[in-house]
Design a binder for this molecule. Structure first.
Ligand code: SF4
Length: 383
C-alpha cells in the first residue's frame, strides 16, 4: 500500500464508522452521525491499526464520541481567541499574538482529525481552506513587519499540502531577511509517517530549505505525539529521515483524560520520544474547546505528572507544563510546586527533593565574599 492509499483508506463517513464499529462489536450510537456532521472525521488505515483495544489511548484520540455534543461550562469554539489575533484588515492566514512571532495558517487538512483538536472550529472545513493568494498575503505581512523573527507554519497540517506548494511557501519565507526561525507544526510523523518515508519530493523540498549558513533561517519541526503506542518503527523511520536532513525536532503533547493523564504513560511517552530523538518540549493543559470537555483533566493533574517525572526520568526529557491562557493571553508555564518559599535571612529557599529525600535548603548565590566560604545551609554545616 502506498502512502496515498493509507490516506485514501480512511474512515470518513458515518457508514464507514458504523461498519468499523460493528466489526469490533462496539455500540453504534446513531448520534455519532451528528458528531461527524459537526466535526469531521478522518482516521487513516495506519492510525486505525495502532488501536489495540476499545477506548484505549489511540481509540480515544481518533474515534468520534457522542460526548463531543455535550456542553460544558466555559467551553467555546475559539477559547484562545485566535480569530481576535488576526491583524485588523490583514490576511486571515496570520495569527499575530506575540510581538516577534506569528502563526501562518496554510492548510485546513490533516491526516487525522483528532477529536481533542483546539482548531475543531476550522480543520477539515473546505470553506476555510486558505487560497494561495491568501497565503502569499500572509507572507507579505511577515515581510512588512521587521519585528517578526519566528514564524510557525501551521494549519491543519502543513505536511498535507503538495510538496510544490510547501516549497513555494518556504522559498518566500526564506527570502525575508529578518526571519531567524521557520517552524513547521505537523502531526504527520505520528499519524501518517508513510508520507515522509515515501514522498521523495517532499524530502527534497525540506532538504533545500535547511540552512546553509547563519544568514539562513533555521528550520525546525514541532511534532505531536500524545501516547507511547504512537511511537512505532515506522514513525522512527520517518523521524530519522527528518533528523538525517539536520532538522531539529521537538514534541508538543496535550494532557488528555483517558489517554495520557497518568505518570506511567507519560514517562513511557517521554522515554519513547527520547529514543526517537525528539525532545519533549511542551505538555499542554487541554484548551477550553467546545466539543472536547470529556478530555479535560483538572489543572493539578499535569502538575502532579510533571512533578512525578522529576527524578523519574532524564531532565531534558521532561516537558514544560503550560497553560495557553484564555482569550489570547499566551502560554504560561505552570509552577511545578517544588519551591516552598524563602528563608528568614532571605538568602535562599527550601525545595523538596524530587526523589523523596526530604527538604533541602538552597542558597542564593548573591554575595561575593572574601576568604573561606561559610555555609548558610545549616543542614550541611560541619560542626
Ligand atoms: S493534526 Fe493537529 S490540527 Fe489536525 S486535527 Fe490533529 S491536533 Fe488538530
Amino acid at each position: 500500500m502506498t502512502y496515498k492509499d493509507v490516506l485514501k483508506n480512511s474512515i470518513r463517513t458515518f457508514e464507514d464508522l458504523e461498519k468499523w464499529l460493528t466489526g469490533r462489536k462496539a455500540r453504534v450510537d446513531p448520534r455519532l452521525r451528528d458528531v461527524i456532521e459537526r466535526y469531521p472525521m478522518r482516521v487513516n488505515s495506519y492510525y486505525l491499526g495502532l488501536i489495540e483495544k476499545m477506548n484505549d489511548g489511540i481509540w480515544k484520540q481518533a474515534i468520534p464520541d457522542v460526548e463531543e455534543l455535550e456542553h460544558y461550562m466555559d467551553l467555546t469554539e475559539d477559547p484562545l481567541d485566535e480569530e481576535g489575533d488576526i491583524p485588523l484588515g490583514g490576511p486571515r492566514t496570520i495569527i499575530h499574538r506575540y510581538p516577534d512571532r506569528v502563526l501562518l495558517f496554510v492548510s485546513i487538512e490533516c491526516a487525522m482529525y483528532c477529536r481533542f483538536c483546539t482548531r475543531k472550529r476550522k480543520v477539515g472545513d473546505e470553506h476555510k481552506h486558505p487560497s494561495t493568494e491568501e497565503i502569499h498575503r500572509g507572507i507579505d505581512y511577515i515581510a512588512a513587519h521587521e519585528d517578526i523573527r519566528d514564524v510557525l507554519v501551521s494549519g491543519g497540517d502543513p505536511f498535507l499540502i503538495p510538496a510544490k506548494r510547501l516549497d513555494d511557501i518556504l522559498t518566500r519565507l526564506a527570502q525575508i531577511k529578518h526571519l531567524d526561525l521557520i517552524r513547521i507544526g505537523t502531526r504527520v510523523p505520528c499519524v501518517w509517517p508513510q508520507r515522509i518515508i515515501e514522498d521523495k519530493e517532499l524530502i527534497e523540498v525540506l532538504r533545500a530549505h535547511t540552512p546553509h549558513s547563519l544568514n539562513d533561517p533555521q528550520l525546525y519541526i514541532n511534532t505531536h505525539f500524545n501516547h507511547p503506542n504512537e511511537i512505532t518503527e515506522i514513525s522512527f523511520q520517518a523521524v530519522k529521515i527528518l533528523r538525517d536532513l539536520g532538522i531539529p525536532l521537538a514534541n508538543q503533547s496535550v494532557l488528555l483524560k483517558g489517554v495520557n493523564d497518568d505518570t506511567d504513560i507519560m514517562r513511557d511517552l517521554v522515554h519513547a520520544l527520547g529514543k526517537l530523538g525528539v525532545k519533549p518540549y511542551y505538555l499542554y493543559y487541554a484548551d477550553l474547546v467546545e466539543g472536547t470537555g470529556h478530555f479535560r483533566t483538572g489543572i493539578h493533574k499535569g502538575k502532579e505528572i510533571c512533578r512525578d517525572l522529576c527524578g523519574a526520568t532524564t531532565g531534558f526529557l521532561r516537558p514544560t507544563y503550560v497553560v495557553d491562557a484564555m482569550g489570547g493571553r499566551g502560554k504560561v508555564p505552570v509552577d511545578l510546586g517544588y519551591s516552598e518559599g524563602i528563608s528568614e535571612d532571605r538568602r535562599g529557599g527550601i525545595i523538596t527533593s524530587a526523589i523523596g529525600l526530604g527538604k533541602v535548603y538552597i542558597n542564593d548565590p548573591i554575595e561575593r565574599i572574601e576568604g573561606k566560604p561559610k555555609r548558610h545551609n545549616h543542614n550541611l554545616q560541619r560542626k
